[in-house]
Design a protein around this ligand. Structure first.
Ligand SMILES: C[S@@+](CC[C@H](N)C(=O)[O-])C[C@H]1O[C@@H](n2cnc3c(N)ncnc32)[C@H](O)[C@@H]1O
Length: 247
């Protein structure tokens, strides 16, 4: 898989999210650029709560020692490290070389296998994993249903899937205010750190096009997952989706 270091400058956000191929190219270039600041930005934008949400997700995964866990869109490795600490043998998969390099450079990261790969076509054999996780991963793929089909393929019978991501509140008023807030803050932070307001405006724009926790739950059922549920986090602005493959 090519390293996007030489990717051309990104096109405007609206156009970039208009087709799956353009979104894939945009996302690849975006995460390459923000990788060195990703950990700090995640703490700031979540008001320091992101680490707790990741702890919760891994507790919910009920990892048993020796299980194989895949962490998709692993970024700088937060969930992968927690899964390892819970006793799993872990493979972290991400599209962005730079994210993987940062993850692999962290203390204790040597025990984890880091793989450059696409959630839409996992470079893993079928039925290889007991647990699959994704932190802020599904919202970034151009085809959520395709990604869920890949997760199901990679899981053994009885295997669990857990995904943490933004979601949109049900209330139209709250939703509109939330998106406006994310555009304002994201634009300011992007302009300040990268000289490009679109960098973090990508969050509300991608969120608006994402099926959200309820939509992901529906897609999971359609893909053949059972025990499908989702838990609101941060008053329903974020959510954890869960489900498992039938035995
Ligand atoms: C917001 S970061 C999340 C990182 C980490 N999971 C976390 O929770 O902090 C999103 C990650 O998704 C990766 N990504 C985006 N599209 C992907 C795809 N199609 N396949 C694999 N990784 C992808 C990006 O490279 C980036 O590292």
């Amino acid at each position: 898989m090519p390293d996007p270091t030489t990717a051309s400058p990104r096109e405007p956000l609206g156009a970039a999210l208009s087709t799956p191929a353009r979104k894939a190219a945009y996302v690849r270039s975006l995460f390459h650029d923000i990788a060195p600041r990703y950990d700090d930005i995640t703490v700031w934008l979540s008001y320091g709560r992101d680490q707790q949400w990741k702890d919760t997700l891994v507790r919910m995964a009920c990892v048993q020692p020796g299980e194989h866990a895949l962490d998709l869109a692993c970024g700088t490795g937060d969930l992968a490290m927690r899964l390892r600490d819970a006793g799993a043998s872990v493979t972290g998969i991400d599209l962005t070389h730079r994210m993987l390099t940062l993850a692999a450079g962290k203390p204790g990261a040597g025990a984890i296998r880091w793989v450059c790969g696409d959630m839409l076509a996992l470079p893993m054999p079928s039925a290889c994993a007991d647990v699959v996780t994704a932190g802020y991963g599904l919202r970034n793929v151009p085809d959520v249903a395709q990604s869920l089909a890949e997760v199901r393929r990679a899981l053994r019978p009885g295997g669990r899937f857990l995904s943490l991501d933004f979601t949109l509140p049900r209330s139209v008023v709250v939703r509109t205010m939330y998106l406006a807030y994310l555009r304002l803050v994201g634009g300011a932070v992007g302009h300040w750190l990268h000289g490009d307001a679109d960098t973090y405006r990508y969050i509300p724009e991608s969120l608006e096009r994402y099926p959200g926790a309820a939509g992901v739950a529906t897609l999971m059922r359609e893909t053949g997952f059972v025990d499908v549920r989702w838990w609101p986090v941060l008053g329903g602005l974020m959510a954890i989706n869960t489900g498992r493959v039938p035995r």
